[in-house]
Design a protein around this ligand. Structure first.
Ligand code: ADP
Ligand code: MG
Length: 696
């Protein structure tokens, strides 16, 4: 562990290795492509490929793979070896063409109907902005994925395009403000990742966890998270060993894993990396989730990334910390000492405020999933209502701009720790409002509504594009101004006035907020089907088409894919429940009732003076519940069959799954869980919540 600096990035073909191994002209050409987005020459690619291959072979590789992020949300790979026939034997070859372009047979990836099977070909194209790396004897090349006819089929391409859009709009605006030395603006992201760790042997006994990632039955454990004794608690040895291993694996892959701690729920943890460029953060987050699962196997554990593995305790989210920075090293969301006079900051802040208000539906849509629907609005994660938190200082500044009054900067208060040996520290002026879905935290925004399993590409391309759109409007409004300062002042005032409804600094969990938000005209889209009513709204389609992120057909394809996934996931959950109910729970309760009956009869045979009321009461209670349970199982079976009536309309089908199937599942679960509390542990067919949550 003393060798962390040497270990860091050892599995990555990073800038340092390229500088060492590539001819200077090749290195410079590649750098130009990465920094300025210039197209790459095949002759350059040939040299890069050959050097990459030599390094990979030294690292023990025999294969390479184009690594991509299809619409399934998880990554995909197809491995090819480097071998080329040569006389009787083989040589190891890797050409620039193979580096630049791959052709996986892509017919089975979701395409939302934009691609027929007869034209199933899909292409992967090298993304030189994200470095190649080695894993398990294979050279991984990050790529973007599109169809034969050029339609975008992945999560990465829109992100890369959105980064270009926000770059050009931000640079234009900065030049207008006189910052002509800025030539590039990048978006930065630091995603904090929550997860659960549970024991492998227990996991193996839970078919629901294996097939759906969450428990579909399970009575509450006597203890949950009410004592708050897990949050930031001491990390137990088995978990600590896992985390140490995980950090090492991630560091080797160049992932800036920084912070680790226990989270609110028992067995729940978090990992936060140091932020980096959005697309690398995206690749790294995908890698992190994969390595988390893989490392768990080595420790006899399973890492659960589902948003709600256990009812009754917190689920898992992902906080998307987002900001903008320039090639000159400036954070564009940094307020500085005097934000009231900082035109640049005020303009970028106003752009984000306007974007979040105008596209609140999109922000809700982008975090919607079958799993995350269990969290949003459940008093543990931000609510389904999108609003922004600016903190007291900034909130006051915005108010003073709206009212045209003077703003007195409240100099940062000193926090008195009251303990002499501890230095007093400055109180963070944007106090952390943990309940806000979109919070300003000093020099970045933290979008907190993401689910733990989500690919961060989607929320980030949407966020980037909407802010790019606002910046472009701002530029148009300001570019011909005679008095730029006055024009900026007027514009910022107008934007804050028109969009102040989106700013809310109070408690987002309070019932009054739901009422207040309604009065303000904010959307409250409680579930994925509710949110997806707005997906294809004209303004949303226009946003992405106008900014060249995707075509209307590609956007619709995304809509269809997400809806289909949602319905399929609930369908699998319902079928799994039916299976557990019929094959495990009903037989188990029957057997226990039989045991109770035998015991009662034996007592009676021995003497009629022995009371059997305990057995009899339990037999009555469980038998009644079992009748109800079996009936509800049949009803659920029927509900699943009825889904065929809605096929053909993705949104109607999704709504049916939520209203017609999910609600039945909840009813069945309630009876099942109640039977669990009355059935002897030896008879219950699945490990209990106490075992699952308190064994590691
Ligand atoms: P917390 O949210 O727990 O208070 P921090 O505020 O320390 O934690 O940071 C959370 C995350 O925000 C980290 O991943 C950090 O790297 C990231 N972050 C910090 N600055 C930026 C920035 N300018 N752009 C994007 N992410 C950032
Ligand atoms: Mg956070």
């Amino acid at each position: 562990m003393s060798k962390v600096p040497e270990m860091f990035g050892m599995m990555v073909f990073n800038d340092k290795k390229m500088q060492e191994r590539l001819p200077k002209s090749t290195y410079n050409a590649l750098k130009k492509t990465v920094q300025d987005g210039e197209p790459l020459d095949l002759s350059v690619a040939n040299v890069v490929a050959s050097s990459m291959k030599d390094w990979a072979i030294e690292m023990g590789c025999t294969h390479y793979t184009h690594w991509f992020q299809p619409m399934t949300g998880i990554t995909a790979e197809k491995h090819d070896s480097f071998i080329q026939p040569n006389g009787d034997g083989v040589i190891m070859e890797f050409s620039g063409k193979e580096l630049i372009k791959g052709e996986p047979d892509a017919s089975s990836f979701p395409s939302g109907g934009i691609r027929a099977t007869f034209e199933a070909r899909g292409y992967t194209t090298w993304d030189p902005t994200s470095p190649a790396f080695v894993r398990d004897g294979t050279l991984y090349i990050p790529t973007a994925f599109c169809s034969y006819t050029g339609e975008v089929l992945d999560k990465k391409t829109p992100l890369l395009r959105s980064m270009e859009r926000i770059n050009s709009e931000a640079v234009k605006l900065l030049h207008l403000l006189g910052k002509t030395d800025v030539t590039r603006v990048i978006t930065t992201v630091g995603p904090e990742q929550e997860y659960f760790l549970i024991d492998r042997e227990l996991y193996d006994q839970r078919i629901d966890l294996k097939l759906t990632g969450r428990t579909l039955f399970g009575a509450k454990a006597p203890k949950g998270q009410e004592l708050d004794d897990h949050y930031f608690g001491a990390i137990r040895p088995r978990v600590a060993a896992y985390m140490r291993d995980l950090d090492e694996e991630l560091w080797k892959l160049g992932v800036l894993s920084k912070t680790k701690h226990n989270e609110v729920a028992p067995s729940q943890h978090e990992l936060a990396p140091i932020f980096t460029t959005s697309n690398i953060a995206n690749d790294h987050n995908e890698l992190t989730m994969e390595i988390m699962k893989k490392t768990a196997e080595k420790h006899g554990l399973v890492c659960l990334l589902h948003e709600k593995p256990f009812a009754g305790v917190n689920g898992s989210g992902k906080h998307n910390n987002w900001s903008l920075s320039t090639n000159t090293g400036e954070n564009l969301l940094s307020p500085g000492k005097h934000p009231e006079n900082n035109n640049q900051f005020l303009l970028f802040l106003a752009a984000v405020v306007k974007a979040v208000d105008e596209y609140q539906d999109l922000l809700r849509i982008t975090v919607a999933s079958a799993g995350n629907d269990h969290r949003l609005g459940a008093h543990e994660a931000p609510p389904a209502i999108i609003s922004m938190y600016l903190g007291d200082d900034l909130g006051e500044l915005v108010q003073s701009i709206i009212n045209g009054t003077d703003y007195v900067s409240p100099r940062k208060e000193r926090m008195q720790t009251g303990v002499d040996v501890l230095a007093d520290f400055k109180k963070d002026t944007s106090d952390r409002n943990r309940t806000s879905p979109f919070a300003f935290t000093g020099n970045k925004f933290e979008f907190r509504a993401l689910g733990s399993a989500l690919n961060i590409g989607c929320p980030n391309y949407m966020l980037n594009t909407m802010v790019a759109e606002e910046l472009s409007e701002f530029y148009d409004a300001l570019k011909d101004a005679d008095d730029l300062n006055a024009a900026i002042g007027a514009l910022v005032k107008k934007v804050f006035t028109e969009h102040q409804r989106i700013i809310f600094n109070g408690d987002n969990y309070a019932d009054e907020w739901v009422e207040e938000a309604k009065k303000r005209g904010l959307l409250n889209l409680k579930s994925l089907p509710d949110a997806f009513e707005h997906f294809m709204d004209e303004k949303n389609v226009k946003l992405f088409v106008k900014n060249n992120i995707c075509t209307e057909a590609e956007f619709r394809a995304r809509y269809e894919i997400e809806l289909e996934t949602y319905s399929k996931q609930i369908n699998i959950e319902a079928l799994t429940m039916i299976d557990m109910a019929k094959k495990n729970i009903t037989p188990a309760v029957t057997a226990f009732v039989r045991e109770l009956t035998d015991a009662a009869l034996a007592k009676k045979a021995l003497s009629d003076r022995i009371p059997t009321t305990v057995e009899e009461n339990l037999i009555i209670s469980l038998s009644n519940k079992l009748v109800c349970f079996v009936n509800l199982t049949s009803e659920l079976e029927e509900a699943v069959l009825n889904a065929t009536n809605f096929s053909g309309d993705g949104l109607k089908l999704a709504r049916y799954y939520r209203e017609g199937v999910l609600t039945k599942m909840q009813e069945l679960r309630a009876v099942g869980d109640s039977m669990e509390t009355e059935t002897a542990a030896d008879f219950w067919p699945f490990p209990s919540y106490s075992e699952l949550l308190f064994s590691v």
